[in-house]
Design a protein around this ligand. Structure first.
Ligand code: MG
Length: 255
């Protein structure tokens, strides 16, 4: 059931991860007031294609009967949590934007997301972005052989809630590799199940989605954009990582 990757496969995933990491690095450089989310998407797609990779989100079928996903990134502004469709929306000073990117290289997927400030943002928004990344870090630190999925979930939820935030429950992290979504699911909250035991060679995407207000969500009429039910801000931080004898290795980060 659980995909254990060989060293050869891990090397391919490292290369796919580097493409995604480069896209996100570039996004951080060009996110600014005045740019549209469609412009960001175009730049991201160019980097992916020039790297010989395939944008994995583009053409992804909609779970709710909407159009196939038209972008190479998900661009989720302010109260949009995930799956925002890149379009003519112009970013304004004070916005936050979560950008999620997926790429396939040599048959292997990498998937990651960051939340960026658009110009100067409120202190509340800054803190949300900081704590969302830190919640990811706490979860990632538990991605070691012998632990269970629940250890990751607990670390993320405990950190987020201790700091006064809620964690999205309707969407979760996942195994990643030959497919964008593989077993196991990696929730950001603790449920009834312990989850599978983690072992070396597993590759997973840990992706806390952290809200200022309620954890409850709604899906917009476009059948893609998932927003906070109360309209409050949300942030997202995701990396693809490998569980290795040396600990968690983040594959979607530039070193
Ligand atoms: Mg993901």
């Amino acid at each position: 059931m659980i995909n254990i990757k060989s060293q050869r496969e891990l090397d391919k995933m490292r290369r796919a991860g580097e493409v995604v990491a480069r896209v996100l690095h570039r996004m951080g450089e060009i996110v600014a007031p005045g740019i549209t989310t469609a412009q960001l998407d175009k730049v991201a797609e160019e980097i992916i294609v020039k790297s010989g990779a395939i944008p994995s989100f583009k053409g992804f079928p909609c779970a709710y009967g909407g159009i196939d996903f038209p972008g190479s990134i998900c661009a989720s502004v302010n109260h949009v949590i995930i799956h925002g469709i890149p379009d003519g929306t112009t970013l304004n000073k004070g916005d936050i934007i979560s950008i999620d990117v997926g790429a396939i290289l040599e048959g292997y997927h990498a998937d990651a997301a960051r939340t960026f400030a658009v110009g100067e943002i409120s202190e509340a928004a800054q803190k949300l972005i900081y704590h969302t990344e830190e919640a990811f870090n706490r979860g990632a630190a538990q991605a070691i052989e012998g632990n269970r999925v629940r250890d990751i979930s607990f670390a993320v939820q405990e950190y987020a809630e201790k700091n006064g935030y809620s964690v999205v429950r309707d969407y979760v992290g996942h195994g990643v590799g030959r497919e964008m979504h593989e077993d196991p699911s990696i929730p950001n909250f603790v449920g009834h199940e312990k989850g599978v035991r983690l072992s070396n060679g597993m590759t997973i995407a840990i992706e806390p989605m952290i809200n200022i207000g309620t954890w409850k969500v709604k899906t917009l009429k476009d059948k893609w954009s998932v927003v906070t039910a109360d309209g409050e801000l949300s942030a997202h931080h995701e990396n693809t990582l490998a569980i290795t004898p040396n600990g968690p290795e983040i594959l979607t980060r530039l070193y």
